[in-house]
Design a protein around this ligand. Structure first.
Ligand code: HAM
Length: 419
């Protein structure tokens, strides 16, 4: 084959896309019911937005970005995630002047040059939410509740766990980093090469290394929740209290530290044990310093993104519901003169929201009815020379095997019969 899709990228085909639509539409409906509005940002931004936003020493910025020089020599990057771009837009459009809080959702493709495997791609899709302007743990609790409710709605009731943690404010993190480095330094020979490097740059990330020997070492590492400042402790306890009061189930997992540098205080992941190692289907947390760091006024914020490919994979495992693009009406026509009247009826029905299938080549009635069956059409409508002469057509209800004769131009009766 001469042309092939790039490694780590994938097409979403008809037959698959219906499930995507179901998940995307449910997300829109749920997120809008919580007051989030859609924000569309470009897939291409200045590289420095991601370096500043995500952090220079993160895996994403160090080795996963698709960056290239524009014609004027400036560096551009295909977005590896949505938060940094949304913050750029929040500041550039002065949303902070317009309303005390701003709540956005976004969806679309993201790009990371990772090693592809099941559930991990180089081109993948996220739906994210970002909530600006609230310092309260109640805002964190509400987005966790909203995600939980979304997963219930798409049928993931028993397959998803919520893992939460706090990485505290800057003061908490600095104290914790010192304790962690002190604990790990004498054990560093047992750490993998990457973790040895992270010991000097980003020691918290050693906690979520998947390598077995690193895991054994970090099991007994000091816990960040023991190093939280008073304010961070209060924030985290309030979050836990609200989740308890709202009966949202969760585990506190002190190994959740997240791979992006902007987080402060609350971090969380929604995980499943049904997808192998790529077990996080959504993740996020609070980022109180990012807006200011990117040039805006100090603005607390919290948010998350869910991974659509992983959610679709899990949905395929859990739901035997068939997702098909429906054909409401199949119009069979026999004889050249019947094509235009058939097209007119098709147009009327389509203008009234019905999906209609009609052939464009002359075919036998047998092959047309075969096709109608294959498409699982709800109704079949037949127009031949006879019908044209009499001015009446036969409309067949394929599920009930009943039929009705209706005037060719009587769209009203036709619509009420097939509704
Ligand atoms: P993230 O953890 O990097 O966070 O990504 C969020 C979700 O996107 C993951 O839990 C996973 O489901 C999916 N995902 C990430 N990388 C891949 C990949 N290579 N292939 C398939 N799915 C993937 C963020 O992106 C943050 N911006 C989330 C956030 C928003 N935090 C605050 N606001």
């Amino acid at each position: 084959m001469k042309y092939k899709i790039i490694r780590g990228f994938h097409d979403i085909l008809p037959g698959q896309i219906e499930r995507w639509h179901f998940i995307e539409n449910t997300a829109r409906q749920v997120f809008e019911s919580y007051g989030f509005n859609e924000l569309r940002i470009p897939v291409l931004e200045s590289t420095d937005i991601y370096c500043t936003g995500i952090g220079d020493t993160t895996d994403i910025v160090e080795k996963e970005m698709y960056s290239f020089d524009d014609r004027d020599g400036s560096s551009l990057t295909l977005r590896p995630e949505g938060t940094a771009g949304v913050v750029r837009s929040f500041i550039e459009n002065s949303f902070y002047k317009k309303t005390p809080v701003s709540k956005f959702y976004y969806m679309g493709p993201m790009f990371r040059h990772e090693r592809p495997q099941k559930g991990r791609y180089r081109g993948f899709n996220q739906i994210g939410c970002e909530y600006f302007g609230s310092q309260s743990a109640a805002a964190d609790a509400e987005i966790i509740l909203m995600l939980w409710y979304f997963f219930q709605k798409i049928g993931f009731t028993d397959s998803v766990k919520i893992e939460i943690n706090s990485i505290g404010d800057e003061e908490s993190r600095e104290n914790y980093k010192t304790a962690l480095v002190n604990y790990l330094t004498p054990l560093k020979e047992g750490l993998c090469d990457q973790c040895n490097r992270k010991l000097g740059t980003n020691p918290l990330r050693i906690l979520d290394c998947k390598n077995e020997s690193c895991r054994e070492i970090t099991v007994n590492a000091p816990k960040i929740t023991d190093y939280l400042s008073e304010a961070s402790g209060v924030h985290f306890n309030k979050l836990i209290q609200i989740l308890d009061d709202l009966s949202v189930p969760y585990n506190v997992n002190d190994k959740i530290v997240r791979g992006l540098d902007y987080y402060t205080e609350t971090v969380f992941e929604f995980t499943t044990d049904k997808l192998g190692s790529q077990n996080a289907i959504a993740a996020g947390g609070r980022y109180n310093n990012l807006v200011e760091k990117m040039g805006g006024p100090p603005t607390p914020a919290t948010g998350f993104a869910l991974g659509l490919e992983r959610i679709v994979l899990l949905h395929e495992q859990l739901s035997d519901k068939e997702f098909k693009f429906p054909t409401d009406v199949y119009i069979a026509w026999i004889g050249e003169d019947t094509f235009i009247p058939a097209m007119k009826i098709a147009t009327e029905l389509r203008n009234n929201g019905k999906s209609v299938y009609i052939e464009h080549e002359s075919k036998s009635i047998k092959s047309q009815l075969k096709r109608a069956n294959k498409l699982d059409a709800g109704y079949t409508l037949i127009i031949g020379e006879e019908e044209l002469k009499s001015g009446r057509i036969i409309v067949r209800n394929m599920k009930k095997s009943s039929e009705e004769s209706i005037g060719i131009e009587d769209t009203g009766s036709l619509l009420s019969y097939i509704n």
